[in-house]
Design a protein around this ligand. Structure first.
Ligand SMILES: [Zn+2]
Length: 119
């Protein structure tokens, strides 16, 4: 089986699995499509010469800020902070706080910091 695959695939311009299955229809008694697809997927030459068929991503576009306070917000997380076990503002969970979530209005720049835990 391996010799047939090598002759068909490596000897003929490294065609894809569908083309190989079409070419091997007379040779293969049962359709071993999984074997053929696996062989093509792991072919070193094909893997090295694979080209990306994805569309090139464009430039990032900024989010339009609508002049209404609180309409558009940004959320950031600050993690890995020293543990705070006592808070006068927030009810402290067991183990204390070690993270901050910052919520900022994109128009008026008001920011709220909410403590939390990473786990
Ligand atoms: Zn190949």
């Amino acid at each position: 089986m391996r010799e047939i695959l090598e002759d068909t695939h490596d000897g003929e311009h490294h065609f894809g699995a569908n083309r190989m299955l079409h070419d091997l229809v007379s040779v293969l008694f049962d359709r071993k499509s999984a074997t053929v697809k696996s062989y093509v997927r792991h072919c070193q030459v094909c893997v090295e010469n694979q080209i990306s068929r994805q569309k090139t991503p464009g430039k990032l576009q900024p989010i339009a800020v609508i002049p209404i306070p609180g309409h558009t917000i940004g959320i950031d997380f600050v993690v890995g902070l020293p543990v705070v076990k006592n808070s006068r503002i927030w009810a402290t969970p067991e183990g204390g706080f070690d993270t901050l979530m910052s919520v900022s209005g994109q128009f008026d720049k008001r920011t709220i910091a909410i403590p939390g835990r990473t786990t």
